[in-house]
Design a protein around this ligand. Structure first.
Ligand SMILES: *Cc1c(COP(=O)(O)O)cnc(C)c1O
Length: 416
């Protein structure tokens, strides 16, 4: 009988305190459970935190992305540039509107969308190099800051302006995060006028959590009003306004959705947001420990850093050098799991999923960088709730696994 491993470090554990717990209890005692005063406060605090004019709290980042593309008028016959290296949500909201995601290849180091590949994707639409309909009207671009390492949004905005595109930023990993286009420029936070709409996730394993939740921010009053209305059935005013002194009456402006965040969730979010930078610093500390500890391992490449980026460190994605290992990525995941270390993969690129292959004809060769690199990707545990002992344990387990499964066994190598 094999006993379960004495130590185990899950891929992620949320970092909650008594502040979140007592705020939830106070919310329950208050008698107002759905969208109300705590959600209003969470939204107001959020605009201050990221430097945006309007914030709409919703049930998920997916809901925020959907509201954003709906408010921007996305419709069938249109196309949107979407990185293939992202989570399902970024592309599926484009499909919700009947429009088509035009997948873009990634940078081989940062894994973020490569803007020269975006340019090529636009050129390819006029040639045989794409499986997509040549008549698509390309209207938008949806950058994703993978792991919280921001793209240069000045460059993205210039690209969008040159091609007449709107920008919906999938910032599911990027809170808090910031960038500067060069060392002499001032810092700009993700959400601080970086896109037409910026969308955040408060899913259980994101940088801050409300269990499930999301936020859409914008500086555009009309987009904000449309998203707020459509987040609640397309009504002219929300329940809190109606029951807290406003009129009982409402009008349906459009067939909307049911995406409003509850006050129970916002009670958690208010306190998570206050600690967002402290939690980030803990993740950065762990990321630096990993970088030091793995500096001499040849089995994989480390995630990049950049002095012009304030990195949220949501993920620690390593890129395996498969030629150095006698096992593949999936086998390494199992070896680490047997030692009690939880890992994950971000992601199988969207163009390699059956839905996009069969519906749109995507093939691996259309996006060669993402197709090759995803076999090498592995995300190590990284959460602010990890103790120093957890970090040491992961370092030892990963080092041992790589040495034991080195293609050229360690002890047969000639000493340098
Ligand atoms: C998690 C994630 C989402 C979806 O967030 P939800 O809040 O679960 O809807 C969207 N995009 C990216 C890149 C993500 O990692």
């Amino acid at each position: 009988m094999t006993a379960p491993h004495a130590t185990s470090v899950p891929f992620f554990r949320p970092a909650l305190t008594e502040d979140e717990i007592s705020e939830v209890v106070a919310c329950l005692r208050s008698g107002w459970l759905t969208t109300g005063p705590r959600t209003k406060q969470f939204e107001a605090d959020f605009t201050t935190a990221v430097g945006a004019k309007h914030a709409i709290a919703v049930t998920s980042c997916t809901a925020a992305l959907h509201l954003a593309v709906e408010a921007l008028g996305l419709r069938p016959g249109q196309g949107v540039l979407v990185p293939t290296m992202t989570f399902a949500a970024t592309a599926e909201v484009v499909r919700y509107q009947g429009a088509v995601p035009i997948f873009v290849d990634c940078d081989p180091v940062s894994l973020n969308m490569d803007l020269s590949a975006a340019e090529q994707a636009l050129v390819a639409l006029r040639s045989d190099a794409t499986p997509l309909d040549r008549n698509l009207d390309v209207v938008g671009i949806m950058p994703v800051h993978i792991g919280g390492l921001m793209l240069n949004m000045d460059t993205v905005r210039a690209f969008a302006a040159a091609h007449g595109l709107w920008i919906v930023e999938d910032a599911a990993h990027a809170l808090p995060a910031a960038y500067r286009p060069n060392p002499n420029a001032s810092w700009r936070r993700c959400g601080e006028g970086t896109a037409d709409v910026t969308c955040y996730s408060f899913y259980a394993n994101k940088t801050i959590t409300t269990g499930e939740g999301g936020m859409a921010v914008t500086d555009d009053e009309a987009l904000a009003a449309r998203m707020r209305s459509m987040s609640l059935h397309g009504l002219s005013q929300d329940a809190w306004n109606r029951f807290s002194g406003g009129s009982w009456d409402y009008q349906i402006i459009s067939p909307g959705f049911k995406y409003n965040l509850t006050d129970i969730a916002s009670a958690i979010g208010i306190h998570q947001l206050r600690r967002a930078e402290i939690l980030r610093q803990r993740r950065e500390f762990i990321a630096n420990r990993y970088k030091e500890a793995f500096a001499n391992l040849t089995a994989f490449e480390l995630p990049p850093t950049d002095s012009d980026r304030h990195h949220s460190w949501h993920l620690f994605p390593i890129r395996l050098r498969l030629e150095e290992l006698s096992i593949d990525r999936n086998e390494l995941i199992n070896v680490l799991k047997s030692r009690g270390v939880g890992t994950s993969v971000h992601w199988r690129p969207l163009h390699l999923h059956p839905y996009y292959e069969t519906s749109f004809g995507w093939r691996p060769e259309h996006l060669p960088i993402a197709s090759a690199i995803w076999e090498r990707l592995l995300s190590l545990p990284l959460s602010p709730a990890m103790t120093d002992e957890d970090v040491d344990y992961v370092v030892q387990a990963v080092t041992a696994a790589c040495n034991e499964h080195a293609r050229i066994p360690r002890n047969t190598r000639t000493a340098a």
